[in-house]
Design a protein. Structure first.
Length: 137
């Protein structure tokens, strides 16, 4: 469904500019997330785990953003496959107070249900993500 791809693309647009306010509690974007939404972080990161609901996603955003003087997400590729959208991206920024630049590759698999995001799972590589959803590289 191209609607799912377009929706996920529109979610990343402000993030690419470093604007994470779309996840603010007052934002209309919270309606994009299903009530039972889950965000699964990568297993290899210190914050590994599942954040549940919109509030869990906001807490995850706050955990990340508070550690950076500047942060944005660069999307290298979006792949639509029906109710799945795969975002090959990089989390970029400058660690707070250190001047240390960070550029972390990550592939996020969005599962959509009835026009809303029901789950995101993050993977280290594009090929790992594709394999997880049964798509050949």
């Amino acid at each position: 469904m191209s609607e799912n791809l377009d929706l996920v693309r529109s979610l990343y647009a402000p993030l690419e500019r470093g604007d994470f306010s779309l996840m603010d509690r007052e934002s209309e974007w919270h309606q994009v997330f299903a009530p039972d939404f889950e965000w699964h972080t990568r297993d290899d990161l210190p914050d590994a785990g599942v954040r549940k609901g919109y509030e869990g996603t906001v807490r995850l955003r706050d955990e990340w953003v508070q550690n950076f003087d500047e942060m944005h997400i660069e999307v290298d590729e979006l792949i639509g496959a029906g109710d799945i959208v795969i975002a090959v991206a990089r989390l970029c920024g400058c660690l707070r107070g250190s001047g240390h630049e960070l550029d972390v590759e990550e592939t996020q698999v969005w599962r959509m249900r009835s026009g809303r995001a029901s789950e995101v799972r993050a993977y280290l590589t594009r090929s790992e993500a594709l394999k997880a959803v049964g798509l050949a590289e």
